[in-house]
Ligand binder design. Structure first.
Ligand code: ZN
Length: 199
């Protein structure tokens, strides 16, 4: 995300460039650009985020998928380190922390890696996003604990519609749609009845 104007001459966003990129282009060193992040092409003023004004981004994290949150991170984290870009790219390909990423990693792992490496990301949006992702991970951890600790047949409370066997015991199986849970329950009962007939 670029600053909306130059703090010195008020030139618009079109005149503002990433100082790093510009110095590389012009063959200047970080010392020459005074370690600043931005350069105004109109008045040649170098400046940092704390002097700059940024566009206001509206977001509602509770309603956002992981891929939407990944977009928000990319748009609001200036000069994101390359290493972190990988995690954000991975996040942009999954919708929830329960999703799998590739063959071996879970969404929860990707988000955990991201959080472990996102300490340098500062500001209001950074604070909100990190808090939200931490909550997601903590709640997910609690769900996993519940599954691990549940004794066989003990009803456990999780997101989704539960499937109960004929004795009313929780099978531990969950479906996102009620119809699917009912259909699975029906199939389970039919197979139990068939087993009885065979005996
Ligand atoms: Zn300027």
């Amino acid at each position: 995300m670029k600053p909306i104007k130059c703090p010195k001459c008020n030139a618009g966003e079109g005149n503002i460039d990433n100082a790093d990129d510009m110095c590389e282009l012009l063959g200047l060193s970080a010392v020459e650009r005074q370690y600043k992040s931005w350069l105004c092409g109109k008045c040649n003023h170098f400046f940092n985020d704390d002097e700059a004004e940024f566009p206001i981004i509206e977001y509602n994290l509770e309603k956002m998928t992981l891929s939407q949150i990944a977009d928000l991170i990319s748009n609001s984290w200036n000069n994101m380190p390359l290493k972190i870009d990988e995690y954000v790219e991975a996040m942009s390909q999954i919708e929830s922390i329960e999703d799998k990423y590739g063959d071996y990693e879970t969404g929860a792992e990707i988000v955990t890696y991201f959080l472990a490496n996102a300490k340098s990301w500062q500001g209001d949006i950074a604070k909100d996003v990190k808090q939200h992702l931490n909550n997601l991970i903590n709640n997910y951890g609690k769900q996993l604990e519940k599954i691990k600790n549940a004794k066989t047949g003990q009803p456990i409370q999780l997101t989704g519609y539960a499937v109960f066997d004929k004795d009313g015991n929780d099978t531990g199986k969950r479906f996102a749609r009620k119809e699917d849970a009912e259909e699975y329950t029906k199939a389970l009962r039919e197979s139990e009845n068939n087993n009885k007939k065979i005996k």
